[in-house]
Design a protein around this ligand. Structure first.
Ligand SMILES: [Zn+2]
Length: 118
């Protein structure tokens, strides 16, 4: 069973207490976007075997959305972080690299100051 710690209230919750919200860090497009951008926003999703970032809601707890980094093959959880973060926290990136040295993020890494930690 998948168990995630809600970063908003600190409760360690089983999968049945949570609601999945799909892929994290999707770039949203508004009016004026090209058809290709809007199509990719609506339909294109990653389906990796390995490190994946997902949205979850603590449905039977505080009710807030948060993000989780986990391995889809082993259910290993690398960490959870608040949904306002543009990228996983440096601690989560380090935890992923410790277990998956060949993993590379698909975003341009920024300084830790740009990643919210609270
Ligand atoms: Zn919570």
């Amino acid at each position: 069973m998948l168990t995630l710690t809600c970063p908003c209230c600190g409760i360690r919750a089983e999968e049945t207490e949570l609601a999945p919200g799909g892929e994290a860090h999707l770039k949203r497009f508004g009016p004026g976007a090209s058809d290709e951008d809007f199509e990719s926003y609506l339909f294109a999703r990653k389906n990796p075997k390995g490190v994946h970032f997902e949205r979850w809601r603590h449905a039977y707890g505080c009710g807030k959305w948060f993000l989780a980094a986990r391995c889809t093959a082993t259910l290993e959880v690398f960490g959870t972080y608040k949904a306002q973060n543009p990228h996983p926290t440096p601690e989560i990136v380090a935890a992923i690299r410790a277990k998956r040295p060949d993993w590379t993020p698909d975003w341009t890494e920024t300084s830790p100051a740009e990643s919210l930690t609270e």
